[in-house]
Write a protein that binds this ligand. Structure first.
Ligand code: PLP
Length: 355
């Protein structure tokens, strides 16, 4: 399939102040769009001016949430070039999500190519200051107008780009985590491992309750025993115990994070022993009490790693150290991964894809 490149009528001014970019609020001049009809397949692939869609109020995504998305970044490297981080992994995960939501898959080679072409055309929007990037959001929605409950026959797939500021301005800042003993995010057999909007809609109520009590994020426990760590917001969790890195296994209820995967590889190379296993809340609190648990952090594309300063569960709070200092392992992993992304460290794994 050929990609039509439609002309831009006017361009927005470039980013004036890179220190003031709010996550996901500004978008570049162009977007990629293609359409699907069952029988015909994907068609009308184009890179066109960024613009609102006109949608039928009965479009199925608006009623039954047949939707998937991805999130990855393009980085401005120290030599001025632009590179993507493991983009093929995102495209493969997009298709896994599509299958689970009964949506059509995309051709992975074609889609990756479309994504690269779009970023190339918009390369001037990749910011230059430390810690900034261009966030890439592939999305697929069911847009057939129909109120019956079944997989749609028509879809829209698009990619939009948003320049984002440095997540950490004053250095890595540890967060306060609330462990929910009531709300759950995903159960076995459900859609926990799918990157679909519905998982997020379902998480908002608990997140608001946590925020009202002064916490930054909710840590979800497993739906069956409400004992074992699942993940946090849009991050997978890692725990550092005396030379070991413990993280929840991919058992279908958590997202298979690409940052998680990368961190596990880097941690192993740093000499840590990796354990992918169930970790209970008791083990966290006992570990902090005894000093055996030294560090905890979340991993995800937006933050890279986010150190945890304290956990609160059923009214009891345990702090990691003074609750304000980022641990050594966390910092080293952050520096190594971001070093590769920004071109300061060599990429031994073939994770960096130059444009
Ligand atoms: C996207 C996401 C993550 C992190 O995945 P990355 O590929 O590392 O960005 C973790 N948890 C959830 C629920 C997510 O949606």
């Amino acid at each position: 399939m050929l990609i039509d490149i439609l002309p831009l009528k006017k361009t927005k001014p470039p980013i004036e102040d890179e220190s003031n970019l709010v996550f996901g609020k500004r978008f570049t001049d162009r977007m990629f769009v293609m359409e699907y009809d069952s029988g015909r397949g994907w068609h009308t692939a184009r890179i066109q001016p960024y613009a609102p869609f006109s949608m039928d109020p009965a479009a199925m995504v608006l009623h039954y949430a047949q939707e998937i998305f991805e999130g990855l970044k393009a980085f401005r490297r120290d030599d001025g070039s632009v590179a993507l981080f493991r983009p093929a992994d995102n495209v493969a995960r997009f298709n896994r999500s599509a299958r689970r939501m009964c949506m059509p898959e995309v051709d992975e080679g074609f889609f990756l190519d479309a994504l690269k072409q779009l970023v190339q055309l918009e390369a001037a929007w990749v910011p230059r200051s430390e810690g900034t990037s261009l966030y890439i959001r592939p999305t697929m929605i069911a847009n057939e107008p129909m109120l019956g409950v079944r997989p749609a026959d028509q879809y829209l797939c698009y990619i939009i780009l948003s320049p984002v500021g440095a997540y950490y301005r004053g250095g890595l800042a540890p967060v306060k985590i609330w462990i929910s003993d009531h709300y759950v995010r995903a159960a076995h057999g459900g859609t926990g491992e799918v990157k679909t909007g519905g998982n997020y809609a379902a998480s908002l109520f608990a997140a608001r309750e946590a925020a009202a009590q002064g916490f930054d994020q909710v840590l979800w426990l497993d739906a069956k025993d409400k004992r074992y760590v699942e993940e946090v917001g849009s991050m997978n969790m890692c725990f550092v115990f005396d030379g070991k890195l413990v993280t929840s296994p991919l058992s279908g209820t958590i997202l298979d994070g690409i940052t998680r995967r990368s961190i596990l590889t880097l941690a192993e190379e740093m000499g840590l022993k990796i354990e992918q296993r169930a970790l209970s809340v008791d083990e966290i609190f006992d570990g902090i009490d005894s000093g055996k648990l030294q560090e905890a952090f979340g991993t995800g594309t937006a933050v890279v790693v986010s150190p945890v300063g304290q956990f609160t569960y059923q009214g009891r709070t345990a702090k990691l150290g003074d609750g304000k200092t980022t641990g050594e392992v966390t910092r080293k992993l952050y520096d190594t991964l971001t070093g590769m992304q920004y071109g300061r460290l060599s990429d031994r794994h073939g994770w960096i894809v130059p444009l």
